[in-house]
Design a protein around this ligand. Structure first.
Ligand code: ZN
Ligand code: ZN
Length: 343
């Protein structure tokens, strides 16, 4: 089969590789669309240590089952599917508790690190276990379905805490995940969603995708703007989809008394923590890691037209031109952000 292989850092080659065979309990999916994750783009230069060459990247994909391995019961060739990016063990304590995203033996498709190498979906075919599959509703396209993985990360984050339906929320950082957080909060009926970012273009996108108000965080009175929008009280829940000390602190300052802060982004490894403020305002902090099987809920929202996935894709391109497009996204050229590669 043809695949886009990261042969050395910053260099992809589209070439023939051996077609993977589905083992017992596995299926072989003909990839119809594979969207490119920020972690793929960051990973290509070696800075994260999680895309060590040679590796076929790609963990956000959808396609049609081409063949099934021994013992596969629930799926057959021809089924349209997407799949969880995490391969989990189903037997450890976390898996048994349904917290599959924290599985002791977790492997992510399309990742190679010191512990494992698991080839991904930037290829004609990818092999995955049956238990990570999700069926696509008839009206959901492969391209839309390739966005369910990042959407599920946002869904998981949104549902880490409860926002009162009549309540308010703020989302700091409206890249792909943050924009999904905005859309999902609105689809779940949250009354007021405020999007915050440094980029006017992203704030524009947020407004088009349901944000009730936007605030440019580079404005000297950004905090005051959020307070003015919330009757001086702050928001019920503040979501940080960026992960810098400054964004976490902004969420902390602008969550209302007894409110919640959900941490999804994690660029900074450490930060100073305003202990006394957090205690005296009785704030709750929630870490949110990847997703834990919220794919069906996301597919339902897309099928029902409650979340607009297409608006968030900046372009789709042939997989064989992958090297060129990955570099363009890496260098932030042509306004490209979220792209989809088509094998
Ligand atoms: Zn991803
Ligand atoms: Zn496990």
């Amino acid at each position: 089969m043809k695949a886009l292989v990261l042969e050395e850092y910053n260099h992809f080659v589209y070439k023939d590789v051996e077609t993977p065979l589905p083992g017992p309990g596995e299926v072989r999916v003909r990839v119809m669309a594979c969207s490119v994750c920020g972690s793929d783009v960051k990973g290509m230069d070696g800075s994260t240590g999680r895309r060590q060459p040679p590796i076929i990247m790609g963990h956000e994909a959808a396609g049609v089952i081409e063949s099934v391995g021994e013992g596969v019961k629930g799926y057959k060739a021809g089924d349209r599917v997407t799949f969880d990016s995490t391969i989990y063990c189903n037997t450890c304590d976390m898996c048994r508790a349904g917290v599959i995203n924290l599985c002791d033996h977790r492997e992510v498709i399309g990742v190679s690190c010191d512990d494992y190498r698991h080839h991904g979906a930037m290829a004609e075919f990818v092999v995955v276990p049956e238990y990570v599959l999700y069926r696509l509703p008839g009206n959901v396209t492969y391209q839309q379905a390739s966005m369910v993985e990042p959407m599920s990360v946002a869904y998981h984050g949104v549902t880490r805490c409860e926002v009162p339906v009549g309540g308010s929320a703020m989302v700091v950082g409206v890249g792909t995940i943050g924009l999904f957080v905005v859309q999902i909060l609105k689809s779940l009926g949250v009354k007021q969603v405020i999007a915050v970012d440094i980029a006017p273009k992203r704030l524009d996108m947020a407004r088009k995708n349901g944000a009730d108000a936007t605030v440019d965080s580079t404005a000297p009175d950004a905090d005051e703007q959020v307070l003015a929008l919330t009757g001086g009280k702050g928001v019920d829940a503040a979501y940080d989809a960026t992960g810098l000390e400054s964004t976490v602190l902004m969420c902390t300052r602008l969550a209302k008394l007894n409110g919640s802060v959900v941490l999804i982004g994690n660029i900074a490894k450490e930060m100073k923590f305003p202990l006394q403020y957090v205690v005296t305002h009785q704030l709750s902090f929630f870490g949110s890691c990847a997703s834990a099987g919220e794919y069906d809920k996301c597919l339902e929202l897309i099928a029902a037209g409650k979340v607009d996935v297409d608006a968030m894709i900046s372009g789709s391109f042939p997989l064989e031109e992958g090297d060129k497009w990955m570099h363009k996204v890496y260098n932030r050229e042509d306004g490209l952000d979220k792209i989809v590669l088509i094998p």
